[in-house]
Design a protein around this ligand. Sequence first.
Ligand code: CA
Length: 223
Amino acid sequence: MIRVLLVEDDDTIAQGLRYALEQEGYCLTAAATAAEGLRALREQPPFGLLLLDLGLPDGSGFEVCRAARRAGDVPVIFLTARDDELNTVMGLDMGADDYVTKPFRIRELQSRIRAVLRRRAGATATVLPGGVRVDLKKAEVTRGGEPVALSALEYRLLLVFLAHPGQVLSRSQLLGGVFDEGGSFVNDNTLTVYIKRLRAKLETPDGPALIATVRGLGYRLEV
Ligand code: CA
C-alpha cells in the first residue's frame, strides 16, 4: 500500500482527498501546517508520495518538499492556487513531479498521481506520436528507430514537456524549466527558436504535430 502525506490547510479539500484516495487504496496521513508536515516526515516515514499545498498558514509546501528531498527521493505533487503561477514555475524547477491548480477535480489529481507513480516505478521510455521514442535512462531520442541528435537544452525542453504530457504549458512555465549551459534562464526569443528546432527534429513534415501551439496560452505536447 502506498503511503501518501497530504499537507493542506483547507479542511474541505483534505477531507475530500482523504475519502477519494482511501477509496483507491492509498494510506493517507494528513497535516494542516508545514510544521505538522515536517513532523510527519520525521516521525512517520517513509512516504511514497507527497501532496503539498503551497500556501500554508505557517509557511509553504516548498519547505516540506525541500526537507523531504534532503531525506530521500520521493515523488511530489504540488496543489497550487491559481495565482501561484510563479510559485509553480519554482516548483517545477525544484523538481516537483507535477502540480494541479485549484480548484481541481479529484479525478484529475488521481490520474496525475497514477502517472507520476508509473513514471517513478521505472518507466524508462516514452513513446510519442510519429514514432518518437525517448529513453529517459540513456537520454536518447529516436524517430522511427533512427537516432535524433538533440542539444542538451533541446533535450531539457523536451523533458519539461514530457513531465506534463497533454497539458498546456505557458511560455513562463517552459522558461522556468530550462537553463542554458551557463545556468542562466533562457530568454523568451530563444525559447521560440528551441521549440522550432525541437519540432524540426522530432516531427515529420506530413506527420502529426508533436508540439501544438495553443494560441494565447502556450504549448502542449501531444500524447
Ligand atoms: Ca492553503
